[in-house]
Design a protein around this ligand. Structure first.
Ligand SMILES: [Fe+2]
Length: 201
């Protein structure tokens, strides 16, 4: 990876930049809520931060031992916003899933393909779901995209370098309402129990 150096001032500059992003995010969300246009505006802000790759050197964010690793940059208490740095190793992939909370992503380094899906059944049969792909984004440095609360996506790291992504979520991972996983091949759906009950009050 290209991001191999750091200096004592980088952490402080990164902290300020993340705090600025959070202030901007709150200004947008307070005015509009998490509307499509608000999420689009957040994506542009996050992509600008991700483009400052010098703020996110590998030295400060160790690689995963296996497939992926999450580093928390700024997590607000309770149901506040959460800004994470996600690292995926080459070949890492996830099946289609919905977070049940909005999210914006932007790439710092590497390349990651995200496919968006749409559910096509009416949800009337427990455990059954059909989905179809409706779009695709290749995430590379400075690129990003937004997902609404119930959007479905899958992802795969492409190329032979780790993927580094910034992700701003409506809540921290442990306070997600639930994560819903889809299996296209078998037309099944599984809702994971929320970890909110295990989170600190
Ligand atoms: Fe996801």
């Amino acid at each position: 990876m290209a991001l191999t150096t750091s200096d004592p001032g980088i952490a402080a500059r990164r902290q300020r930049a993340c705090q600025t992003l959070m202030r901007q995010a709150h200004a947008i969300l307070d005015k509009e809520g998490s509307t499509p246009s608000a999420l689009h505006a957040l994506k542009i802000k996050l992509a600008a931060l991700a483009a400052r790759a010098e703020l996110f050197p590998t030295r400060d964010f160790p690689l995963p031992l296996h497939q992926g690793r999450l580093h928390s940059l700024l997590v607000e208490p309770d149901d506040g916003l959460a800004l994470h740095l996600l690292i995926g190793m080459p070949g890492k992939m996830s099946n289609p899933h919905a977070h049940s909370i909005w999210c914006v992503n932007a790439s710092v380094h590497g390349s990651e393909r995200h496919v968006m899906w749409r559910r096509t059944d009416d949800g009337s049969v427990p455990g059954h779901a059909t989905i179809k792909p409706v779009g695709e984004v290749l995430m590379e440095r400075g690129h990003g995209y937004a997902m609404a609360d119930h959007d479905i996506h899958s992802q795969q790291v492409v190329g032979d370098e780790p993927s580094v992504i910034l992700a701003l979520y409506g809540h921290a991972f442990e306070r997600f309402p639930s994560v819903i996983w889809f299996n296209q091949e078998f037309s099944t759906v599984r809702k994971l129990t929320s970890r909110r009950g295990q989170a600190a009050a």
